[in-house]
Design a binder for this molecule. Structure first.
Ligand code: SF4
Ligand code: SF4
Length: 111
């Protein structure tokens, strides 16, 4: 499952550079599927991954669930959970994914 950031986030920014998929964005920032991935316009998908999307949160950092793989393929543990000083990166139980799903997501994002 993906990780989510709770309202306890203190906007320290420590998690953002640690994410291997660039799935974490500062509040108020627009995000793209192509950021930090190998997705390109014309990839075998029915949308343009280089288009910017509106922020999900404006006041705290947020995670794009379609880009979070629990760090599978890069690290043994979710890096945002490891580094967050206030433990506000937690498993998102509304977005359950198996290890196989996460491996496939990683392959989709990075080819
Ligand atoms: Fe990024 Fe890993 Fe955190 Fe998911 S678990 S948001 S892939 S750092
Ligand atoms: Fe927020 Fe934790 Fe990320 Fe800092 S490390 S920006 S507190 S989620």
């Amino acid at each position: 499952m993906s990780i989510k950031i709770t309202n306890d986030c203190i906007n320290c920014g420590a998690c953002e550079p640690e994410c291997p998929n660039k799935a974490i964005y500062e509040g108020g920032k627009k995000w793209r599927m192509s950021d930090g991935t190998s997705l390109k316009k014309g990839s075998n998908i029915n949308y343009d991954p280089t288009l910017f999307n509106n922020p999900i949160k404006n006041n705290i950092y947020f995670i794009i669930k379609e880009k979070c793989t629990e760090c599978i393929g890069f690290y043994d543990e979710p890096q945002c959970i490891e580094i967050c000083p206030v433990n506000c990166c937690i498993l998102d139980k509304k977005n359950i994914e198996t290890k196989k799903d996460l491996i496939n997501k990683k392959l989709f994002l990075h080819g």
